[in-house]
Design a protein around this ligand. Structure first.
Ligand SMILES: [Zn+2]
Ligand SMILES: [Zn+2]
Length: 180
């Protein structure tokens, strides 16, 4: 079996955010973390709903997971939705990977001043959350756990970027040696 790797696939994302995420993941996960720029902004056009000004995330995920290798984390600076939800911060598929959408993680979206640190912290949380799903974790009821479901930016801010003890144990059982 091929060794587990995490492939970051930024589409239209500022370089510093990708570099900071890569560093953070390196300190958390004991696997190779690569950056691959093989998803173009043009290829997302087909999933863009002009009326809603949002990407249809479930269809994009379905198509990406057909050709991108696991574990992939595609990062898009746009807003997104799935049928039945007004918006989502991210989406994942077990054993493949996920997508994180940046638009609603930015303080500016809520008429607050830009704040790089806050944006980065939110981005790290949502990235680890989707990677957690990709690696086999479900949502968690622990209020501090990164696997807690976030339905609003307040809920993103309220949780931490860490797996709780239970989720860490489960990850450890599924992927021995993965967590540092
Ligand atoms: Zn989730
Ligand atoms: Zn947990």
């Amino acid at each position: 079996m091929e060794a587990l790797a995490i492939r970051l696939k930024p589409v239209n994302v500022e370089e510093w955010l990708v570099a900071e995420l890569q560093n953070h993941l390196k300190s958390s996960f004991n696997v190779k973390i690569t950056v691959e720029r093989d998803v173009s902004i043009g290829s997302l056009q087909a999933y863009y709903d002009e009326e809603r000004e949002q990407i249809r995330a479930d269809l994009l995920l379905e198509d990406l997971s057909k050709y991108a290798q696991p574990i992939s984390l595609v990062i898009v600076d746009a807003d997104a939705y799935v049928p039945g939800l007004n918006f989502i911060f991210g989406i994942a598929r077990p054993e493949w990977g996920g997508i994180v959408f940046l638009a609603r993680l930015k303080p500016e979206y809520y008429y607050m001043p830009p704040d790089r640190e806050l944006l980065l912290f939110r981005f790290i949380k949502e990235s680890i959350h989707e990677l957690g799903h990709a690696l086999g974790l479900n949502h968690c009821r622990n209020a501090a756990c990164v696997m807690r479901f976030s339905n609003s930016i307040h809920e993103v801010d309220a949780k931490t970027h860490r797996f709780c003890v239970q989720c860490s144990r489960r990850l450890q059982a599924l992927h021995p040696g993965l967590l540092r």
